[in-house]
Design a protein around this ligand. Structure first.
Ligand code: NAD
Length: 498
């Protein structure tokens, strides 16, 4: 069954003004999910106008009332969790148990944002003058443009959309062209929850539509998740227009395992971190940094476990690893394996190839084998660049100090993990690792909705989504001074004697 999907503007489903594009199931390219508008600047302008108009009243709705709508959205997401997860698996491939987690993160964020609408605290401070009061408030900013990647089609957008709405902003949202259906499902949920028309608008498409959002003068804030390359280009353009930009970008995350670690726990951790979501997470474990005393034994056990992973369509019961997103991603992963072997000179000891081209099921999708390289050093491209697929590079080190140096030696700084039972080593690592997130005895993934999320270096630009910090992205401060003395009191002048 195929469908023609539309943009969602001012509470109505409308055609785009340009061409359309197809979205297909990456596990079965014969399965056409539907066609979506390749939106143009004209469509973005229409959505922005609706959002600008809706902002006039939405900003005045008391924040806890906005929270009531978000709470209802959480209830609807919870009611539709299984259906939304299946639709998401069909469009981007990860197994249903993972897409259920993706929806759950959106549910958590909805409830979290709803409760925080009663706590959008400003602060008061004493005045330096008598009979004068100083206050400050968080104010909404206006129309925000939200542009996201495809790998967490509900969770990642929800981290931006729901807090931004809680703060009283209105939105133009462009989902990834590789996961567009989830964008429409989000619009359905918010509409059913009672969001007034025009407050949330969805415009489909790829770079052209994204660029039109960045360039529209009435869009004041850009919330972006995607590659570092795209994010930097957006920031350069938006900077010239004096827009606020929050960037969540790529990663090259590492897990360190020390000899005193619980080996079974560390093995389970790296298996999930490296091959969950087929390695296509910003927080995926793409480097494993092993102490030399345990290296060989750990690698052998890891090969055994990784080669037993069940590949297949995410909608099939028992599948542990789904396809990569599209043909382009398959080519990119294949090219990095070639680079690892032929340019870097590392040893591919597992996988390294497309999976099941002759297989009746796997042959219909974009499957790649779980792949492990050993004999990797920190200067190799496979140790430094984001591959975004099921490829793990193993590096051998002799001490924790060396492990941290190697971990820090990439252009990225999102997530990191250390497996050890030594509490002193754990605290040193927490202090010295250059990353937005450090996990101890936990894989590089597992963010929770109420904690700050984001990275340093090439991963971010100083903002954090998740937790309270996201409200800094979607509000601006208003400072208010109230003088009830009845006379002119000149600050810094009348209250200080010469
Ligand atoms: P991408 O950069 O290709 O695309 C991201 C979004 O930007 C898409 O919606 C795309 O249509 C849009 N876009 C592309 N060119 C644009 C332009 N010139 N102007 C405006 N918008 C444009 O990334 P992707 O392949 O969709 O996603 C994978 C990347 O996302 C990886 O690097 C991954 O690490 C990163 N990611 C980061 C996080 C995080 O929170 N740090 C989370 C998920 C994914």
């Amino acid at each position: 069954m195929s469908n023609t999907f539309k943009n969602y503007i001012n509470g109505s489903w409308v055609d785009g003004s340009g061409d359309t594009f197809e979205n297909r199931n990456p596990a079965d390219t014969d399965d056409l999910i539907g066609t979506f508008p390749s939106s143009t600047a004209e469509d973005v302008a229409r959505a922005t106008e609706a959002a600008r108009e809706a902002y006039r009243s939405w900003r005045l709705v008391p924040a806890p009332k906005r929270g009531d709508i978000l709470r209802k959205a959480g209830d609807i997401l919870a009611r539709r969790k299984d259906e939304l997860a299946r639709a998401m698996t069909r469009e981007m491939g990860k197994p249903v148990f993972e897409t259920k987690g993706d929806v759950q993160e959106a549910i958590d964020t909805a409830y979290y944002s709803a409760t925080e609408t009663r706590r959008l605290f400003g602060y008061n401070a004493p005045s330096e003058m008598p009979d004068k009061m100083n206050l400050s408030f968080r104010m909404p900013i206006g129309v925000c443009g939200i542009i996201t990647a495809w790998n967490f089609p509900m969770a990642v957008p929800s981290w931006k959309i729901l807090p931004a709405l809680a703060c009283g902003n209105t939105l133009v949202y462009k989902p990834s062209e590789d996961a567009p259906h989830s964008g429409n499902l989000m619009a359905e949920v918010l509409e059913e929850a009672g969001l007034p028309k025009g407050v949330f608008n969805v415009v489909h498409g790829a770079a052209e539509a994204g660029n039109a959002i960045v360039e529209h003068p009435d869009i004041k804030v850009i919330g972006f998740t995607g590659s570092t390359e795209t994010g930097k280009a957006i920031a350069a353009k938006a900077g010239g227009m004096n827009k606020q930009v929050s960037l969540e970008m790529g990663g090259k995350n590492a897990q360190i395992v020390m000899p005193d670690a619980d080996m079974d726990l560390a093995l389970d951790g790296v298996l999930w971190g490296a091959f969950g979501t087929t390695g296509q997470r910003c927080t995926a474990t793409s480097r494993l940094i092993l102490h030399e005393d345990i290296h060989d034994d750990f690698v052998n056990r890891l090969i055994e476990k990784a080669s037993a992973l069940k590949l297949g369509p995410g909608l099939e019961e028992g599948t542990e690893m789904g396809p990569v997103i599209n043909e382009k991603a398959l080519d990119k992963v294949t090219e990095y394996v070639r680079i690892g072997r032929e340019v870097d000179g590392a040893t591919c000891i597992l996988g390294g190839d497309r999976a099941g081209e002759e297989d009746a099921t796997l042959g219909r999708g974009h499957f790649f084998l779980p792949t492990i390289f050993i004999d990797v050093n920190r200067n190799m491209r496979i140790a430094r660049e984001e591959i975004f697929g099921p490829v793990l590079s193993v590096l051998k080190i002799g001490s924790l100090t060396e492990a941290i140096e190697v971990l820090n030696d990439t252009p990225y700084g999102l997530s990191s993990s250390l497996y050890t039972k030594n509490v002193n080593d754990a605290f040193r690592a927490i202090r010295d690792i250059e990353a937005g997130i450090t996990y101890i005895n936990v894989p590089t993934i597992g963010a929770e909705a109420h904690m700050p999320f984001g990275g340093v270096k090439g991963t971010g630009n100083g903002h954090r989504e998740g937790g309270w910090t996201v409200f800094d992205i979607f509000t601006e401060w208003k400072t208010v001074y109230i003088d009830y003395s009845g006379s002119l009191q000149r600050a810094q002048i009348d209250n200080y004697d010469e």
